[in-house]
Design a protein around this ligand. Structure first.
Ligand SMILES: [Zn+2]
Length: 245
């Protein structure tokens, strides 16, 4: 079974440990959006090599937000290959770990009796969830609009899940990479389909709901979330469904 899935031409979902990474391809060159857990580096590398590419072919890496389950491969490739890391100007400080807006193990203690929670905690701990990662020289997007990177992703500020959370729009393919602003499944959620993450993960749940307005305004009908499978649905419809839950 491959962990790689082409959701639109040259747009790939790479499955990590209950989390998605995204590869954009333009000829020989790649962009990586999000990097899974520290334990997902091997999954990212094998996906890249199965495309006949090498990590060094990545021109730039983008973070939706600086949570450990999205940083693993990005931190590793930044150290090993010096590939630049870009994120929202607000999120750059979070990536540096000037502060931390992330749930910790104790936040999940009240949920331990619930089905699947303990097993999920064990699997993410194995994937390196308790590691402390940071990038001291992450870069803010150089200008507004499409980035000069393979796939020409357009950052969409969706602050809320973290203070600088960003989604990435691929207008030429009608794809929206939503990160954790909108997901389609999660091991701690009983339902599948468009939804917000359980509130325990959010820095500010109110802002997270407001961020959905920015998503709903986009022209996109393929949703590639941080967690859960890709979904073919107009984003405005998915936002309405998530809100109705
Ligand atoms: Zn996440």
């Amino acid at each position: 079974m491959t962990n790689l899935d082409e959701v639109a031409p040259d747009v790939f979902r790479v499955l990590g440990t209950h989390v998605n990474m995204v590869l954009l391809r333009d000829g020989d060159a790649l962009t990586l959006i999000d990097g899974g857990y520290p334990g997902d580096v091997g999954a990212a590398e094998s996906a890249i090599r199965s495309l006949g590419r090498r990590p060094e072919d990545i021109h730039g890496m983008l973070l939706t937000h600086a949570h450990i389950d999205h940083m693993g491969t990005i931190v590793d490739f930044h150290r090993r290959y010096g590939i630049p890391v870009f994120t929202d100007p607000v999120e750059v400080a979070h990536l540096r770990r000037d502060y931390l807006e992330q749930a910790t193990a104790k936040d999940f203690v009240p949920m331990l009796h619930r089905h699947g929670v303990a097993r999920w905690l064990v699997s993410i701990a194995r994937a390196g969830a308790t590691k402390q990662l940071s990038v001291s020289d992450g870069l803010a997007f150089p200008a507004a609009g499409a980035l000069d990177l393979p796939g020409a992703p357009v950052p969409v500020a969706t602050h809320g899940h973290t203070s600088g959370h960003t989604a990435y729009h691929l207008p030429q393919h009608g794809v929206i990479v939503t990160g954790d602003a909108l997901v389609t499944a999660h091991p701690l959620s009983k339902v599948s389909g468009p939804q917000l993450l359980p509130p325990v993960f959010d820095h500010g749940h109110g802002d997270t709901a407001a961020a959905l307005d920015h998503l709903a305004a986009l022209d996109a009908d393929t949703i590639l979330p941080g967690h859960g499978p890709a979904l073919a649905m107009p984003i405005a419809e998915a936002v309405a469904e998530a809100r109705a839950r």
